[in-house]
Design a protein around this ligand. Structure first.
Ligand code: NAG
Ligand code: NAG
Length: 530
């Protein structure tokens, strides 16, 4: 080799090195459009960790992390919050999230898909997102796209435009609709629809209901939802870009799906190589409690109850007579009660009850004196209760909350009441059971051990797979070929069609071609029978 060409090779190598491996850190684009506050429990945790580990992250989000001072390697693209709650109120005819208890699963599904479509379209209308789409020299700028595996598939177009592999994060854990994305067929016989309160042992009626929901969702996706997402891409991007890929094509480039789930909160079910359960990764080693809460819990000699309905459902929206009923029961208990309550004034507050608008939930659940968690059964809260081994009294309101609580009841660490119909007697009985019968705590401790016992911690697992996908420049070797099949091939409907044809056509042919065959079949004249 001539000195000149050696120099050229060396230079090229240097440029490539600078381009590809910048220390341990990579530039990652994260596009999370859906303004559901609780969804960001897992998303924010991942973003923070990536930045702490020396990656450079550009985060498209409706919720700012600016206060956290993540440093120069964190770039925030803050988009306005689309009013999903206004939309869901209209779609489900409800006034507050509490009313959604009455909403049927199908209506709720339709609402979720519609909110997904509107928030995707809304995100594309924002200048900040448009400038990322129209940026010059996109190729080589980022190494990975992170996006939510919810109903915002349009975001995957960024992976295409920047020519980078994709990892999605499901805030809901496993869902039956992931079938066609991962190339597995879920056995609906024991894998219930995720928004139905059924375990993996279903009665016939439950199975009919669950299969109906899974089937309806599948049909909705194939014949309505995908084309709506495609329309959004066409509407928002076809001016700048010719030959836009479809959502289905984009989905084939998802290298890994990080699932917000883990045993025993999820029962065994089929999984693909690229489905990685990382449930609980948002749970961090605890910070010290604020002094007032610490004192309140430390001095709770007979134990304490923690009561929170999460970030979306407000305790303050409970019917006033129910609030008074709760307070009545609490006042008669030896235990102290910490209640996340969103209104300043709560009349008749008994001395053993403390209310506050916001509570450091994981740190509270980690306190040894906390004996029972009264919860709406949201996925994150349930994971935290299981992680810290605190038995649950569930008051589920919507979506997967019924299922989460039902699983807890089946595993013997939870009881449930309806926030609407619960009576004083029922509430007192459930709380006494959970506080005084050790079996609930024992079952919860067992679940906690299973949830924590993993080959690698939840966050480390997520980080490992993010590094893995970047290192291998995408992981098509993890992606099932089933993802590329059209639905009728995936479900073998073409084979069923051929099989039916092979069986039915000759019979039909015979019937049509041989009139004698037909007449031979005719009943014989009556006279002969005599
Ligand atoms: C910032 O990110 C770059 C990679 O883009 C990395 O090399 C650097 O160490 C990071 N800085 C910090 C303070 O983590
Ligand atoms: C899928 O990924 C490959 C490799 O990164 C890329 O060349 C291709 O354009 C991507 N396809 C779509 C539809 O984005």
């Amino acid at each position: 080799m001539q000195p000149k060409s050696i120099l050229k090779v060396l230079l090229l190598g240097l440029v490539a090195l600078q381009h590809m491996e910048i220390g341990a850190g990579y530039r990652i684009l994260a596009a999370f459009f859906f303004p559901g506050k609780s969804h960001f429990m897992i998303t924010d945790a991942i973003i923070r960790e990536l930045v702490h580990r020396g990656h450079e992250v550009t985060f498209i989000t409706p919720f700012s992390l600016a206060k956290e001072n993540l440093g120069a390697n964190y770039t925030e693209v803050l988009i306005p919050q689309y009013d999903i709650w206004g939309e869901i109120r209209d779609l489900t005819n409800t006034k507050s999230p509490l009313d959604m208890t009455d909403t049927s699963t199908i209506t709720f599904l339709r609402a979720a898909y519609t909110m997904g479509l509107s928030s995707t379209n809304f995100a594309f209308e924002q200048n900040e997102v448009q400038s990322l789409i129209n940026a010059k020299d996109k190729v080589g700028k980022y190494y990975l796209l992170l996006a939510e595996q919810f109903f915002n598939e349009g975001a995957l177009i960024l992976g295409h435009l920047y020519q980078i592999p994709i990892i999605t994060v499901t805030t809901f854990g496993y869902s039956n609709y992931l079938s066609s994305l991962t190339g597995i067929i879920n056995p609906w016989s024991y894998v219930a629809h995720g928004w139905k309160p059924y375990t993996n042992r279903m009665s016939l009626m439950e199975r009919i209901d669950s299969v109906f929901c899974s089937f309806t969702e599948e049909i909705m996706r194939y014949f309505w939802y995908y084309s709506k997402q495609n329309e959004i891409l066409q509407r928002q991007l076809s001016r700048q870009f010719k030959d836009l890929p479809t959502i289905k094509q984009l989905e084939r480039n998802i290298s890994v799906i990080l699932l917000n789930s883990y045993m025993p909160l999820e029962a065994p079910r089929p999984s693909a190589f690229n489905m990685i359960p990382v449930g609980g990764l948002h749970i961090k080693s605890s910070k010290p409690l604020p002094t007032n809460i610490k004192k309140f819990l430390d001095e709770a000699k007979d134990g304490a109850i923690y009561f929170s309905l999460g970030s979306q459902v407000r305790s303050a929206d409970l019917p006033p007579e129910k609030i008074q009923m709760f307070l009545g029961v609490f006042s008669s208990l030896k235990q102290r009660v910490l209640w996340k309550f969103e209104d300043d004034k709560l009349p008749n507050l008994p001395p053993n009850v403390m209310v506050q608008k916001w509570m450091p939930q994981t740190d509270i659940l980690n306190h040894p004196n906390v004996k029972v968690f009264i919860s709406h059964g949201g996925l994150f809260g349930t994971q935290e209760a299981v992680y810290y081994g605190v038995p649950v009294l569930g008051m589920p309101v919507y979506a997967d909350q019924f299922l989460n609580i039902k699983k807890g009841e089946a595993a013997g660490y939870a009881l449930s009441v309806s926030y609407r119909t619960v009576t004083e007697k029922e509430l007192r009985y459930s709380l006494t059971e959970l506080l005084e019968r050790p079996k609930y705590r024992d079952n919860m401790k067992r679940a906690s051990l299973i949830f924590r016992d993993r080959p690698m911690g939840a966050m480390d697992t997520a980080m490992y797979w993010i590094d893995y996908v970047i290192k291998h420049r995408g992981a098509p070797h993890l992606v099932s070929e089933g993802v590329k099949l059209p639905w009728y091939q995936f479900y073998l409907l073409d084979i069923v069609g051929i099989a039916l044809a092979v069986i039915l056509l000759p019979i039909l042919g015979l019937l049509l071609l041989c009139p004698s065959f037909r007449s031979a079949k005719k009943p014989k004249p009556k006279s002969k029978q005599n």
